[in-house]
Each structure stands twice: as structure tokens, then as C-alpha cells.
Design a protein around this ligand. Structure first.
Ligand SMILES: NC(=O)c1ccc[n+]([C@@H]2O[C@H](COP(=O)([O-])OP(=O)(O)OC[C@H]3O[C@@H](n4cnc5c(N)ncnc54)[C@H](O)[C@@H]3O)[C@@H](O)[C@H]2O)c1
Ligand SMILES: O=C(O)C[C@H](O)C(=O)O
Length: 236
């Protein structure tokens, strides 16, 4: 089962939850972790628009798990301390739409072409490693909880005025031609303070090709979410 197979069940659940948020706490930061995130975030945006309370700065798709995985696999491969490693992951949260920018790894790290290929594919398919290891007992749970906790803590730090809070997250974006795109963002008291375009500059040829290759799939997932939400009516 792919994340997209969850669309038919989760689209309606997300719609209902977001309607309740719109009615009861329209100023809240909304963190959407339910899959397929590439579509559920556009659904949430459309529902909030229909309710007249959409603030793109406060709607986030949680892609932190991709960063957690990228950091972990790079630290293992390069014998680095996990706490020191930071790999931006852009695009979306499914298959090839997950694009780790290994050339932007901190601390500055060099990778052979084979390592880039192996690590990129492993990060993109990490969910399958978990699904297969659990053999029918579900998908990632503890690592999802860890990733969600990290993103919530970062959001709370930003709300409380910390000036230096950055996370990768799937948000409304103008960094590419796609209306939603995961990138590093600066978080502030009111949500997204800035989209960080720097990571997308000076990409390697491998990353540039992967970025172009992910766009059709991500575009289709966004359009699927928007089309779903547009034909639904929200409760008054
Ligand atoms: N973005 C990520 O990194 C990431 C990682 C792992 C899982 N996920 C996604 O998170 C979601 C949850 O995964 P899980 O493994 O915890 O699933 P799960 O089946 O263990 O838990 C889902 C929970 O949602 C509850 N629920 C069902 N319908 C509901 C509704 N209408 N309103 C409120 N609650 C409702 C269920 O009772 C259940 O407790 C899935 O969509 C999964 O694909 C995302
Ligand atoms: O893919 C899933 O089913 C869960 C989650 O999105 C993951 O990345 O592991």
C-alpha cells in the first residue's frame, strides 16, 4: 500500500478535522501529518479558504521524518555525530518527491556519486524498510512521533519568540512553480516567516534532475487534493 492509497480514507478525516479547527481555533498552527501529505495539505488549504480563515503561514505538512532519516543515514555512513548532521530535504513526502539535498549537508561533507544514489534512494524508500520490517503490523509510528514532537517543539519555540528556528516543512510556496513545496523555512510567532531559497541554489546535476523529475508527481498530488476539496461542501 502506498501513501496515496490512504487518500480515500484520510481526505475526509482531514477535511472534518480542519473544519473543526476553522470553526474553533482559526488562528492555530495546523500541522498535517496524515498521508498522503502531498495531497492532504492542499485539501486543508482549500477547506480553510472555503471557511474564510486560510493563513498560508500557519498551515504545515510535517516532513520532519524525512530530515530525521536523512540525518541518521548520513551520520551512519560518514561516521559523524548525529547531533551535528543537518540535511535539508525538499519537495514532498512520498517516493521520488522526497529530495534530500546531500550537497547542502552540514557539516560540509563529500559523497561519491554511488553514495549519493544509495543514500537518496534509501531516504526516499525508508518507509518501505519500516513497513517490511513490521510485516503487516503497520508503518512508522515511534519515528513519526519523534518527528512530530520535534516539529511541534520548534513551532512552540517560534511562538514563544525564539529568533533562530528553522525546519523543513511542506507549505504553500513560491520557490518553484508548484503551489506547495517542502523546503527549509524560518518559523516565527506568526508561522512561516521566510521560505529559505538558498538551499535550492547551486544544486548538483543529480539534484537538479531529481528536482525536475519530482515535479509532475507532486503537481498531480496537489491537484488531486484541490479537486477533492473543491467538490466537497464545508459545513456552515
Ligand atoms: N508524515 C509522516 O511523517 C508520517 C509518518 C507516519 C505515519 N503518517 C501518517 O499518520 C497517520 C496515522 O498513522 P498511524 O500509524 O498513527 O495510524 P493508526 O491507525 O495507528 O492511528 C490512527 C488514529 O486516528 C484515529 N482516527 C480515525 N478516524 C478519525 C477521525 N475521523 N477523527 C479523529 N481521529 C480519527 C483512529 O482512532 C486512530 O487512533 C496515517 O495517515 C499515516 O500514513 C505520517
Ligand atoms: O509511509 C507511511 O506509510 C508512513 C510515513 O509517511 C513514513 O514516511 O514512514
Amino acid at each position: 500500500m502506498t501513501r496515496d492509497d490512504l487518500f480515500n480514507i484520510n481526505a475526509n478525516i482531514v477535511k472534518g478535522l480542519v473544519e473543526a479547527v476553522a470553526d474553533n481555533c482559526p488562528d492555530a498552527f495546523i500541522h498535517v501529518i496524515s498521508n498522503p501529505v502531498n495531497s492532504t495539505v492542499p485539501i486543508a488549504a482549500e477547506i480553510l479558504k472555503q471557511k474564510g480563515v486560510y493563513d498560508p503561514k500557519k498551515l504545515f505538512g510535517v516532513t520532519t521524518l524525512d530530515v530525521v532519516r536523512a540525518n541518521t543515514f548520513v551520520a551512519q555512513k560518514k561516521n559523524l555525530r548525529l547531533i551535528d548532521v543537518d540535511v535539508p530535504v525538499v519537495g514532498g513526502h512520498a517516493g521520488i518527491t522526497i529530495l534530500p539535498l546531500l550537497s547542502k549537508t552540514k557539516p560540509s561533507t563529500t559523497f561519491t556519486d554511488e553514495e549519493v544514489q544509495e543514500l537518496t534512494v534509501r531516504i526516499q524508500n525508508a518507509r518501505t524498510e519500516v513497513v517490511e520490517a513490521k510485516a503487516g503490523a503497520g508503518s512508522a509510528t515511534l519515528s513519526m512521533a519523534y518527528a512530530a514532537a520535534r516539529f511541534v517543539e520548534s513551532s512552540l519555540r517560534a511562538i514563544h519568540g525564539d529568533a533562530d528556528v528553522y525546519e523543513c516543512t511542506y507549505v504553500e510556496s513560491n520557490l518553484t512553480e508548484l503551489p506547495f513545496f517542502a523546503s527549509r523555512v524560518k518559523l516565527g510567532r506568526n508561522g512561516v516567516e521566510a521560505l529559505i531559497s538558498f538551499d535550492l541554489k547551486g544544486l548538483t546535476e543529480y539534484e537538479q534532475k531529481a528536482l525536475e523529475a519530482l515535479k509532475p508527481e507532486l503537481k498531480a498530488s496537489i491537484e488531486k487534493g484541490i479537486a477533492y476539496a473543491k467538490k466537497e461542501t464545508v459545513t456552515a
